[in-house]
Ligand binder design. Structure first.
Ligand code: CP
Length: 307
């Protein structure tokens, strides 16, 4: 039986496979500009998005078109698929996998992509499952760090903001465990701290980390600042969200404390936690990071369809 390459969680990826992906992503950059026919034009990708998205959905769809394939799907599957009539995710995936060669799934529930992969006849890519994981975002984050800094080994990264519900932070922490001499400083409000499960994983892998509430103290020390949005939609109440919101903002005064070779990343969208004044600083790499998502997703689609 054909063994499908699903992209579900970051923990299953090793350093060699990451480097292969990054090498392939760099070869996608010129193809993205000129267009290509790397994959057959009868190949179809289905993008099934049960949660809102700009970057992930559109970069996946653009990636498939740039490679020469075609796209079907729904951007508001909660309302516009038969989920609204009570169809289970498992039934939807079994049916849809008969219509396409690859499924890209964003869902509200942790573990949804894993459940989809269990019943799918085609590869499934996790495009974010609730507050669980967002592995393709973490892949493009790491690709950006490698591209901008030359290497990943030895970095000191500050992860800031909503570390409880921020799935990109979870996935990125797991991927970083593949590299040498990584230091992570987690900076979060008391009700949005990094989950114990992530810390346990880092302990098992021997990754050095600390937790603090002091962004200013970390400003002069870190190589990479990974800022995140406080995700209002995932907090249990408005009161809890308000306790966490607005605490950590990257602005001009903070920028002055950072090293000249620092890198500022954000998975985006932002909601005030990076001042727009910062955008013109060469250290602000978040729009370049979003562009890298296209190349990484071209490489991922290509790998999945080759499997
Ligand atoms: N970073 C990210 O996942 O963005 P979207 O929600 O716009 O896809």
């Amino acid at each position: 039986m054909r063994r499908l390459l699903h992209i579900i969680e970051s923990k299953s990826m090793d350093r060699a496979s990451l480097q292969r992906l990054f090498d392939q992503a760099s070869t996608m950059e010129p193809i993205a500009n000129t267009g290509g026919s790397l994959i057959r034009s009868d190949k179809i990708m289905c993008s099934l998005f049960f949660e809102a998205s700009t970057r992930t959905r559109l970069s996946f769809e653009s990636a498939m078109y740039r490679l020469g394939g075609r796209v079907i799907g729904t951007e508001n599957a909660t309302a516009f698929s038969s989920a609204i009539k009570g169809e289970t995710l498992e039934d939807t995936i079994q049916v849809v996998s008969g219509y396409c060669d690859l499924i890209v799934l964003r869902h509200t529930e942790v573990g949804a992509a894993h459940r989809a992969a269990q019943v799918s006849g085609v590869p499934v890519i996790n495009a974010g499952d609730g507050s669980g994981e967002h592995p393709t975002q973490a892949l493009l984050d790491l690709y950006t760090i490698q591209k901008e800094r030359g290497e990943i080994d030895g970095i000191h990264i500050a992860m800031i903001g909503d570390l409880t519900y921020g799935r990109t932070v979870h996935s990125l922490s797991y991927l970083l465990a593949n590299y040498k001499d990584i230091r992570i400083t987690f900076i979060a409000p008391p009700n949005a701290r990094i989950p114990e499960s992530v810390k346990r994983y880092l302990d098992e892998k021997g990754v050095s980390y600390e937790e603090t509430g002091d962004l200013l103290a970390a400003a002069a020390r870190a190589d990479v600042f990974y800022q995140t949005r406080i995700q209002k939609e995932r907090f249990p109440s408005l009161e809890q969200y308000e306790l966490a919101a607005g605490k950590y903002i990257i602005d001009q005064p903070l920028l002055e404390q950072m090293r000249q070779d620092a890198l500022i990343l954000h998975p985006l969208p932002r909601a005030g936690e990076i001042d727009t004044d910062v955008d013109s600083d060469p250290r602000a790499a978040y729009f370049r990071q979003a562009q890298n998502g296209l190349y990484i997703r071209m490489a991922l689609i290509n790998q999945c369809l080759e499997s």
